[in-house]
Design a protein around this ligand. Structure first.
Ligand code: SF4
Length: 186
C-alpha cells in the first residue's frame, strides 16, 4: 500500500524532499526553535480555522480533515462554502503564487469532490493586504493539473537514499541546514 501524503508536505517536497524528514523529526519540538517568523505567522493565519471561529453557518465547512483516495493525500481544508462551491485557502501574506500553494488547494479540491461536493471556484486569500487570487480549477488548467499529477507520483515513488541535492541556494535558505548531511554548504 502506498504511504499517505500529508497536504502540508507538498510545499516541503517541492522545496526539498529531505526537509520532510526534518519536518517530521522536529514536528513536536518547540516551534520557535526551528521555525522562522514567516512560518509562525503562516500558522496564525489558520488559527481562527483551527479554533473554528470563522463561521457557524451550516453552509461553511471549516478546518475539517479531508482525504483523497485517488491521490492518497490527507489534510485539512481551510474554508469551503458549500452553497457557492467556493474553496478558499488563507495565507498570512501572499507575495507570489507558488505552485506549492496551488497544489495544496488542488489536493483539497479532489478530496472535496470525492466526498460528493461540487467545487466551482478556488481562491487564495492574503490576510495582511486583504487580496484574493482566483485559481483555475484543475480541469481548466491542464498544464498545472499535469504538474500536480507528476508531483504526487514523484512523492509516492521517492527514495530517500537516492536523493542528491543539486541546488546550493536551497540549502542556504534552509532552516534545517545545520542538521542536514545532504547539505551542499561545507
Ligand atoms: S540543507 Fe539542503 S539538502 Fe538539506 S534539507 Fe535543506 S535544502 Fe534539503
Amino acid at each position: 500500500m502506498e504511504e499517505i501524503i500529508l497536504i502540508s508536505y507538498l510545499n516541503d517536497f517541492i522545496f526539498c524532499p529531505v526537509s520532510i524528514y526534518f519536518h517530521k523529526l522536529y514536528g513536536n519540538l518547540e516551534q520557535t526553535l526551528y521555525q522562522r517568523d514567516y512560518q509562525i505567522n503562516g500558522k496564525s493565519a489558520h488559527r481562527t480555522i483551527d479554533e473554528k471561529t470563522y463561521s457557524t453557518s451550516a453552509n461553511i465547512l471549516q478546518g475539517i480533515d479531508v482525504y483523497t483516495e485517488k491521490y492518497g493525500i490527507l489534510g485539512k481544508i481551510d474554508v469551503f462554502d458549500i452553497s457557492k462551491g467556493i474553496l478558499t485557502e488563507r495565507k498570512n501574506k501572499i507575495t507570489e503564487i507558488y505552485d506549492g500553494y496551488i497544489f495544496q488547494v488542488y489536493a483539497q479540491y479532489y478530496a472535496l469532490e470525492e466526498m460528493g461536493y461540487k467545487v466551482n471556484k478556488i481562491r487564495l486569500h492574503s490576510l495582511e493586504d486583504n487580496k484574493t487570487y482566483n485559481i483555475d480549477i484543475p480541469e481548466k488548467n491542464i498544464l498545472l493539473k499535469d504538474k500536480f499529477d507528476k508531483l504526487i507520483r514523484d512523492m509516492h515513488e521517492f527514495k530517500f537514499e537516492n536523493f542528491k541535492q543539486t541546488n546550493r541556494k536551497k540549502c542556504e535558505k534552509c532552516i534545517y541546514e545545520p542538521s542536514c548531511d545532504r547539505s551542499l554548504i561545507c
